[in-house]
Design a protein around this ligand. Structure first.
Ligand code: MG
Length: 342
């Protein structure tokens, strides 16, 4: 069988959130991601998206440079995913968002060649996906009330904290709704602040606490987890599978994001490692279009907690793929990722 070399095309996506998306480290309304397309010689295209964040050392520009280098090591056979990803990792170790986009594009391409959705390649039942949260970013009490109303269709809200007015934010939200609330401090608290917040979280009926402390404060995380009556989840403290063993006994679970771990295969490995240690598994996202969200949505049948609202927060998503309407994760049934242009 003749093999055609894969061709890579890249394009910036200019995304805009409905409201400025603010977390403990800051925020904005305009986001730029990179759309990656791998084409084979038979008219098949595999798609991926790189959602670069400065916090993890990437920018859209660094993603493009990294992709140029990775393009020198594209596989002649797109089914050769494991070895290709290993080579990319050796070529340039960091740049997880850039590598995740390529990993997604290879999985999409393979699924399209076989005519099956990625979740079926993995043997997963899409009906097993947990419901997704919808995030309410930091804002004034009036705007927070308006956002809670706008989020009416979503049964579980995730609240960003890590400010000096966290109690006020929680009260504003609890006064506006009876829904389940999970919180994410994005590393914005000290151990003392976090411990002081625990009874407050309990008072407002919060069910999950994500990343109370800065990433490297594992002993502090352990102190909080010991005292907390709700699960404590590590996000910024956990990028890839090797970060999981040091977190065992210190947190209750981990949050996997493709833009941190760099590969769909690594995400599946992380799930296995976390399960072996009895940890809760969450999947999260960046602000990204339906391409990036759908790539992560394909393994949601394997996780406990889903936070894949990145595309739902957008005013101008160019693509349609996995949806979280009414909180329910719905996977597209088309081959590969199943993503199409709107
Ligand atoms: Mg988080």
């Amino acid at each position: 069988m003749p093999t055609h070399p894969l061709r890579m095309d890249t394009e910036y996506l200019e995304l805009r959130t409905r409201h400025p998306f603010i977390i403990a480290r800051g925020g904005q309304s305009d986001y730029r991601t990179v759309w990656v397309r791998l084409r084979d010689g038979d008219g098949n295209e595999g798609w991926g998206e790189a959602a670069a964040t400065k916090f993890y050392g990437e920018t859209p520009e660094s993603v493009l440079s990294a992709l140029k280098l990775y393009a020198t090591a594209l596989p002649s056979d797109p089914f050769d995913i494991e070895e290709t990803e290993r080579r990319w990792g050796l070529l340039l170790r960091e740049n997880p968002a850039a590598r995740a986009a390529l990993s997604s594009a290879l999985h999409d391409l393979v699924g399209k060649r076989l005519g099956v959705p990625v979740y079926r390649l993995w043997g997963l039942d899409p009906a097993k996906a947990p419901r997704s949260t919808f995030t309410i970013g930091l804002d004034t009490p009036e705007k927070i009330r308006a956002k809670v109303l706008e989020a009416e269709q979503y049964p579980i809200l995730k609240i960003k904290l890590g400010t000096d007015r966290d109690v006020e934010i929680l009260r504003t939200i609890r006064d506006a709704t009876d829904k389940e609330i999970r919180v994410d401090a994005n590393g914005g608290w000290t151990v003392k602040q976090a411990i002081a917040m625990l009874p407050v979280l309990e008072e407002f009926g919060v069910t999950v606490l994500e990343q109370p402390l800065p990433p490297n404060e594992l002993d502090g995380l352990a102190a909080i987890t010991r005292r907390a009556s709700i699960p404590v989840i590590a996000d910024e403290s956990c990028r890839t599978a090797v970060d999981i063993p040091p977190l065992v006994g210190k947190v209750d679970g981990i949050n996997i994001k493709l833009a941190k771990c760099g590969s769909l295969r690594e995400a599946i490995r992380m799930i296995a490692v976390a399960r072996a240690h009895g940890l809760i598994v969450m999947v999260g996202c960046m602000i990204e279009s339906s391409i990036g969200i759908t790539a992560a949505a394909h393994f949601t049948p394997l996780v406990d907690i889903v936070d894949l609202d990145g595309a739902a927060l957008l005013a101008n998503d160019p693509f349609a793929g996995a949806a979280i309407d009414g909180g329910q994760v719905t996977l597209p049934t088309g081959p590969g990722l199943g993503v199409r242009r709107r």
